[in-house]
Design a protein around this ligand. Sequence first.
Ligand code: GFB
Length: 320
Amino acid sequence: MSPPLPRVFVAGHRGMVGSAVVRALQGRADLLLRSRDELDLTRQDQVEAFFQQERPDQVVLAAAKVGGIHANNTYPAEFIYSNLVVASTVIHEAWRAGVSRLVFLGSSCIYPRLAEQPLREEALLTGLLEPTNEPYAIAKIAGIKLCESYRRQYNSDFRSLMPTNLYGPGDNYHPEHSHVIPSLLRRFHEAKISGAKEVVVWGSGRPQREFLHVDDLAQACVFALDSPREAWDAQAPLTRSHLNVGSGEELSIADLAALVASTVGFEGRLQFDRQQPDGSPRKLLDSSRLRSLGWAPTVPLAQGIASVYQDFLQGEVRSI
Ligand code: GFB
């Protein structure tokens, strides 16, 4: 008889990242999933009761309040409060319930705005953050430090992954609150349908961004759950315990906009709105430590955007 599958709690399983983690863990884990109505992760009493009752073996902490540059800049209190409370509550109760391994997901915006590129893990806390997302970044830094501290004081095997900008199925297409890829897919698509001659792209078009398909991040999460402790700790020692997850594929926002326009089939002009913030000039991750453990990205950007556009069109058909 094969050994029982580990009981894995995926916190945030309805989000883009959590649902990709669920797809990746299908058949490899006994999944524990709770909707927000069943379990409010900002309520310590509910989280405590859940962990004490269910006693998961492992946890992937993918629950987070996320959004693009405009949402981060407009709702800083919600971003810092919600992300701080969810991280501290889930990590603390996971420790109390004896969870054997936990994977916390952060973001590349934890690094200083002007840190040397590509960003190595040791750049954390060496300089000032990008102001448009500082509150969110502070909450994510707190999550890293929570994992590090529980590891240091209690020897908990709590690991942190810092993904670059993500995209994929199940993304948020809100016209103002979403990230750049879903925003532009929607805007270019609507312009094509309406026959508009011009599409507005926020900022100067000059910032550089690296993008990773969420299924590649989900594989990195499976990898982080499975990697033996000794090998992981060799790459992520106590004093620098987070590992970067990026594709290495970087381009300017102007080039990204051109790629999205051609994917959608929009043939009009692009107009850059310099009244909108650019955010970080660049945040390319050095992911060599995770790659040296054996993980590698598999989805090229142009292919990923084409498949996400197909999902977007299907979603439109379903919502009619
Ligand atoms: O995706 P995005 O909001 O994330 O924006 P950030 C990336 C770049 O695309 C910025 C430009 O330079 C935007 O000005 N951009 C151009 C647009 N047109 C658009 C548009 O229509 N919508 C959006 N959203 N951007 C977020 C952080 O920063 O990245 C979060 O605020 C998080 O905290 C996330 O870390 C991964 O890379 O600027």
